[in-house]
Design a protein around this ligand. Structure first.
Ligand SMILES: Cc1ncc(COP(=O)(O)O)c(C=O)c1O
Length: 432
């Protein structure tokens, strides 16, 4: 028998997964614990990405690992049409954790798949087709979810017709530009609905992130959220809150959008539900969710026992420890620190965030967005053992979404590393 190393084929990973763009400069990781990733040489890095916002309880949480190990030995997989005890248990717990008095759970595997499922539900219930999303939205990269995603380079790969979607303005609360104000954006939404009606396509749904994350950590604000719900109601369409990133305590509450009496028709969740295992879902009243006929939304791994067992223990830990409380306290501390840093350095501006969903912009000496500085910032931080993503619609936002379980020492590490990076970059970027 030949071994693999003797075979002549050469294999590389596809560029499109982003490994060549971002990760070629990052270490190769082989283990993790809490807030830390360890590379193959044993060097540790603080995970300011929180596994793209999926590791709210920290890496390798002992109860999550135990639940996964126990389930691995009992029942890994059934196929989505067969019921399992852990799946039924998770449905009950999700219902209790959700904002709905009566809740149906539509399981999927990834966030993008859940968005597509929610759009199907809205289309089935309203018997309409058109969807309204927002400028700078991000809802995933499958060809259906790309329809709702805003970025042109991504939307170009959507298979759905251009006239199936309209993008309406979304507020930027820290901007002084009137076109980004709550009132302007609510009026614009009203006009977008009129445009849809003029086209002969009344909308099936308005889909939104309560905080836009990928395009720059931009909270919509409570007034905008309740305004959208009122407008949707009068237009006879459903509201879909994409809480894939903002859910499960990340923003200082169980769900960021769905609180204070604001409840969307459909709530889409993913990421932190599995604390690292792939599982997502759409929640809503059974009369809405069950408008989608049986068999229209299946995928081999949806509702998988292994992922459900983990989701179930994640919810137990959430209910017992309420990690959003700690996220709220830690987040305010970090944002206050960043505000102070922004006063003392012209390199960073507009620190903002809710809980441990935090962003700030890298700017040049004129105060203009500086993608070059954002890249240098990210690189220098990584050399100091701190990892996060930069990006956003102006390519200059540093995004911090660490595990919610950060302790005082880790908060100190994060803040002092950011301060060191700023101090070291100031001479090169000619601040003052
Ligand atoms: C708000 C939002 N929606 C949807 C998605 C897509 O989720 P997934 O990457 O699991 O398909 C993401 C991913 O980052 C997201 O942030």
């Amino acid at each position: 028998m030949r071994n693999f190393l003797e075979l002549e084929n050469v294999a590389i990973e596809a560029d499109s997964t982003g490994t060549s763009h971002m990760l070629s400069e990052t270490p190769v990781f082989s283990r993790a614990s809490g807030c830390w990733l360890f590379d193959t040489s044993g060097k540790r890095f603080f995970d300011g990405t929180g596994g793209s916002g999926a590791i709210n309880l920290g890496h390798q949480h002992p109860r999550v690992v135990d639940a996964a190990m126990a389930q691995l030995q009992k029942l890994i997989h059934t196929g989505c049409k067969l019921q399992s005890d852990v799946r039924a248990e998770l449905v009950t717990k999700l219902g209790a954790f959700s904002p709905y008095k009566q809740c149906a759970v539509l399981f999927t595997v990834t966030g993008a798949e859940a968005i597509e499922a929610a759009l199907k539900v809205a289309r089935a219930y309203t018997e309409r087709k058109l969807v309204i999303a927002f400028e700078r939205s991000y809802h995933g990269k499958t060809t259906g979810a790309l329809m709702a995603t805003w970025r042109e380079q991504l939307k170009a790969y959507s298979v759905l017709p251009e006239n199936g979607i309209l993008h309406s303005p979304y507020p930027i609360l820290h901007s002084h530009n009137q076109n980004y104000s709550t009132n302007f954006c609510l009026q614009a939404l009203q006009k977008t609905i009129e445009q849809a009606l003029d086209m002969g396509h009344p909308p099936a749904a308005i889909v939104m992130e309560p905080i836009q994350v990928t395009e720059g950590v931009l909270p919509a604000g409570r007034e905008f959220l309740s305004g959208v719900i009122a407008i949707a109601k009068s237009a006879g369409c459903l509201t879909i809150f994409d809480e894939i990133y903002t859910g499960f305590g990340r923003c200082g509450t169980p769900f960021y959008g769905s609180q204070d009496g604001i409840t969307p028709d459909l709530l889409v969740i993913g990421k932190a539900l599995g604390n690292g295992l792939p599982i997502s879902a759409t929640l809503g009243n059974p009369t809405l969710i069950n408008a989608l006929p049986s068999g229209i939304q299946t995928s081999t791994f949806s509702g998988q026992p292994l992922a459900c067992a983990v989701g179930s223990v994640v919810l137990d830990i959430m209910v017992e420890t309420m990690p959003w409380q700690q996220a709220k306290r830690t987040g305010s501390l970090i944002v206050e620190f960043l505000k102070e840093l922004a006063i003392n350095s012209c390199l960073i501006s507009a620190p903002r965030g809710e809980g441990l969903m935090i962003g700030f912009d890298c700017v040049d000496s004129q105060g203009l967005p500086s993608p070059e500085l954002a890249k240098a910032f990210t690189k220098k931080a990584m050399a100091k053992g701190l990892i996060f993503y930069c990006g956003g619609f102006e390519d200059c936002t540093i995004k911090l979404t660490p595990p919610l379980s950060m302790n005082e020492e880790e908060v100190e590490f994060l803040m002092s590393t950011l301060a060191d990076v700023v101090a070291e970059l100031e001479p090169a970027f000619k601040c003052h």
